[in-house]
Design a protein around this ligand. Structure first.
Ligand code: F6P
Length: 419
């Protein structure tokens, strides 16, 4: 259903930022322009901002090839993001009427949303509403999340860059630990994001190379975490080496489902999707180790750094993010709706991949976890299959555009500055 007279496009960013999400935005913008759309609007802070009538005309912000290159190299979400859960259509029809009124007023043909599994819930609901109420607007999702937990896609843009940063940082931490001798040994616990999926934590194993042994243990959230077994393992390791480095997911939990980070600090903050803020796992485990073993400990929470490190972005990731943005725009232009673009891997070596579109109903709100057979039997490391899978995604670099020794970003003076 290609439109003969093309009107406008609107694009939004949603969920946790990444180092690659703005490259997808650049891809959507370029393809929309190349395919003859008039205006490309950007929602400010996703659908939540749209509901408040907040959007920009992107051509006023991306004015040159240099702006587009800077955008691809800028972490965070250029347009601003949100964690907003649309109510069910039957729960609150007014919200939908408001959104569709705004979209009609802006003469929108295509709505592209760059986000993760929660954000695909928005594409699912809006595309359903459009079909039921006879709107021709097409709604297409563009995958994004460092967590790499979206169903039906080989991987998600944003993951490769975060994995590269994690592999690099863990290697630097191991190197640092090696240099100092400590009386009773030292354990460094590196806490890595990913909520319930261990894709990012497993990437700590990428540090293992000719010149580095890699972390001594890796604990993914896919398996229950046994605190006593962890203490015993660290004790054993400290008999053999002075500096032990362990990677743990922020989402590790006991067999009865209690997050380790909740042990000494039950987080009050819960987002719109009911997700607790997971933080403090490494700090808690370090306090337990110090009390039980008496060794020196260091809790290293990679936190925001792992998703904002565009100075260490993967070239494969940034290019794929751009292509996936373009593919989402192309799909909407060619009449798809209620779909999300997925990446299909064709081969590992040489790495080759392409894109397809899949039904967003099969993706929204689902979580794709690390398969059990990609985790070692004892549950304390990832297998070679895991490494073979992730290695191609971290290849190549994207040089930042440096000004006065610091990377330059494309910056939009926005709402946050007015607070
Ligand atoms: O959804 C991606 C993610 O980075 C998760 O890995 C992490 O648990 C979460 O976002 C943190 O979200 P926030 O920055 O909103 O606390």
């Amino acid at each position: 259903m290609a439109n003969s007279k093309k009107r406008n496009v609107i694009v939004g960013q949603s969920g946790g930022p990444t180092a690659a999400i703005n490259s997808s935005l650049a891809g959507v913008y370029r393809t929309a322009k190349d395919r003859g759309y008039n205006k490309v609007y950007g929602m400010l802070h996703g659908v939540q901002g749209l509901l408040e009538g907040r959007y920009v005309d992107l051509s006023e912000h991306i004015q040159s090839g240099l702006d587009a290159e800077l955008l691809k190299r800028t972490p965070s979400a250029y347009l601003g993001s949100c964690r907003y859960k649309l109510p069910g259509i039957n729960e609150n029809k007014e919200v939908y009427e408001k959104i569709f009124d705004i979209l009609e007023k802006l003469e929108i043909d295509c709505f592209i949303y760059i986000g993760g599994n929660d954000s695909m819930d928005t594409i699912k609901k809006l595309s359903d509403y459009a079909i039921v109420f006879g709107s021709d607007i097409r709604f297409v999702g563009c995958p994004k999340t460092i967590d790499n937990d979206l169903a039906l896609t080989d991987h998600t843009p944003g993951y490769g860059s975060a994995a590269k940063y994690i592999g690099t940082s863990v290697k630097e931490i191991i190197r640092d630990g090696w240099s100092l001798e400590t009386a009773h040994g030292q354990v460094m616990v590196v806490e890595i994001m990913g909520r319930n999926a261990g894709w990012l934590t497993g990437a700590a194993a990428l540090s293992k190379s000719e010149d580095c042994d890699g972390p001594d243990a890796i604990y993914l959230p896919e398996l229950p975490f046994d605190i006593q077994a962890f203490i015993d393992k660290c004790k054993e390791l400290l008999k053999k080496k002075a500096s032990v480095v362990v990677a743990v997911s922020e989402g590790i939990h006991t067999a009865d489902g209690k997050y380790i980070c909740e042990m000494d600090n039950d987080p009050d903050y819960v987002d719109a999707f009911g997700h607790k803020q997971l933080t403090g796992t490494a700090r808690y485990l370090c306090s337990v180790l110090a009390a039980e073993i008496g060794c020196k400990t260091r809790a290293i929470e990679l936190s925001t750094l792992q998703r904002a490190a565009s100075h260490c972005a993967s070239r494969v990731d940034i290019l794929e993010a751009y292509e996936v943005g373009g593919a989402a725009m192309k799909a909407a232009d060619e009449g798809d709706t209620g779909k999300m673009v997925v990446i299909k891997r064709l081969s590992d070596d040489p790495y080759q991949a392409g894109t397809e579109v899949k039904d967003v109903h099969k993706i929204a709100n689902d979580e794709r976890l690390v398969p059990r057979n990609w985790i070692t039997k004892d549950g304390t490391y990832v297998t070679n299959e895991f490494i073979t899978y992730v290695r191609p995604l971290i290849q190549g670099d994207v040089s930042p555009i440096m000004v006065d020794g610091i990377p330059r970003h494309l910056y939009r003076k926005g709402f946050q500055d007015l607070l």
